[in-house]
Design a protein around this ligand. Sequence first.
Ligand code: PLP
Length: 403
Amino acid sequence: MPANNQQSIETIAVRAGIETDTQHGAITPPLYLSSNYSFAGFDEKREFDYSRSGNPTRQLLGQALADLEGGFGGIVTSSGMSAIFAVLQLLKGGERILAPHDCYGGTFRLFKSYAEKGLITLDFVDQTDEQALTVALEKKPKIVWIETPSNPLLRVVDIEKISQLAKQQGALVAVDNTFLSPVFQKPLLLGADIVVHSTTKYINGHSDVVGGAVVAKEKQIYEDIAWWANCTGITGAAFDSFLTLRGLRTLDVRVQRHAKNASKLVDYLVSHDQVEHVYYPGLVGHPGHDIAKKQQSGFGSMISFKIKGDVEKVKSFLSGLQVFSLAESLGGVESLICHPSTMTHAAVSIEEQKIAGITQNLLRVSVGIENVDDLIDDIQRGFETALPAEANRAASGPVAVSC
Ligand code: PLP
């Protein structure tokens, strides 16, 4: 049952599917694992017949996400990548997509591989560069892809403005809203047509499900994408949907706490003399700060920063950490740290990484909901490990090579 439009995001998330069980009155919705459903009689299909095409548990999650994003309907997929793949199916052979040059590495790889196979035409541009964006839009893309804040450098672009420009050229606008979730940003209300999530991240929030979702503003686009999701078999599993729906109920409290911790950690990082630069849209000096303030209701909890020094210093910094886990992914309750160049963006060539601003001394942090003082102490421990190691390397000088 779609949520009442008047309800706030916290209520929609908590109440999704609550008390919908008419058989026993279960408070939380049951998990339907059955792969198939009987027909009521000859040629009498019920609402569900086969779980790839439709499943009651998955449907609840899809509707909840659509209600949270303000869209017509939501399609739950097996991963964030399959959600992006589903949106690509809207393109006919050779049609053009315009994507940010610093989008998530998996998105970059998918679009590039499709273009190399001749299935689509592709332009990667720095969407913060107005002139480059205007030139690229004049080529009349069918889809404009937006990821804001972007991964890993947290560049922010104006969804409303790009949507207006894209519409003038007849393009659809799709926004990857993974980094903020609908709690902090609602792209469909800013003019986008499609929202994509890796629900693996904040939506599920507990690092125990890989999943994705597409939310479409209009019925036709929803139906087209749902058709392709069924046709290609990328719809999400029932158990994953059940867990994700459970995670979703606490989305608001989680992301508020994540963001509060992130803001304190940023304060610490910006004042640290071993930090070259901090990327966080909540900082007044961040180039996208004003746009973020306008279009987001929170700055999120992804931070990137550059350590003063080389990759060796980064390695010893990481070896000193005891609380942060060195891992890809983000958005779980636990704090993670990653080295984008060799981890999340390893599929992007070093030349393309350079263009996107990804360097060897860059680290990306997904701030969890632990006690923030423990997180700050841990980062401090990293620096305390890195500094003597760097001094030792300097003292021993260049390694002698014997012939
Ligand atoms: N979009 C963004 C912004 C991501 O960070 C990721 C994964 O890290 C994806 C999409 C892909 O999601 P998944 O790993 O669930 O396929």
